[in-house]
Design a protein. Structure first.
Length: 204
């Protein structure tokens, strides 16, 4: 019984000691979405990526126009019931060729879109990585021990938001980033674009 009482007494002493070792939470918030969107690096990257996005849209419109016209021609020239077998076979060959080129066009557009998305993701990663030591420095200056993304807060005082300070320092430390993602490791297969959904042959 004496040992039990001693153990309980020691436990009662240890609890407040441990509690005193934990510092009070001092929080700063960073709006990561705003940090990325308004940073000089992101704006410069957007300017570099815009020609690629514009070229993709132009190619999309070109393919849409040409394939739509060709599909209409196939519908209009589809042999009627009772047509000669040679005419039917010739039309079916054209229809298969058209479908193959439509699938190839879908794959081309998906590949180019994927390249732009990968570039955007690489830009965001570089900005996020570059911001980490800046956020750490600001936390030390303000005596903070927690940094929280503002997007996950319900309410907070404006005084603890350090986003503007982070962006200002980030623009000086990292005014520009690369839009070319690093090559995948040797032996790693590149991600294949999603297969296009099979389309029904043109019909009247």
């Amino acid at each position: 019984m004496k040992k039990i009482l001693i153990a309980l007494a020691l436990a009662g002493v240890a609890t407040p000691v441990l509690a005193q070792q934990l510092p009070a939470a001092v929080i700063v918030t960073v709006d990561r979405q705003e940090m990325i969107a308004t940073s000089a690096a992101a704006k410069a990257a957007q300017a570099e990526l815009k020609p690629k996005a514009d070229a993709l849209n132009a190619r999309l419109n070109q393919l849409r126009t040409s394939l739509s016209a060709e599909e209409k021609t196939l519908r209009d020239t589809q042999p009627q019931q009772g047509a000669l077998p040679a005419a039917i076979q010739a039309w079916q060959t054209k229809a298969r060729d058209f479908e193959n080129r439509r699938v190839q066009a879908d794959q081309e557009l998906q590949r180019r879109q994927q390249e732009i998305q990968q570039a955007e993701q690489w830009v965001v990663k570089q900005i996020n990585d570059g911001a980490q030591p800046i956020i750490s420095q600001i936390m030390r200056e303000k005596g903070a021990n927690i940094a929280v993304d503002e997007q996950v807060t319900i309410q907070h005082a404006a005084a603890i938001d350090v986003t503007a300070d982070v962006v200002a320092r980030l623009d000086k430390a990292l005014p520009k980033v690369s839009i070319t993602p690093p090559a995948p490791p040797a032996g790693a297969a590149p991600a294949a674009p999603a297969p296009a959904a099979p389309a029904a042959p043109p019909r009247r």
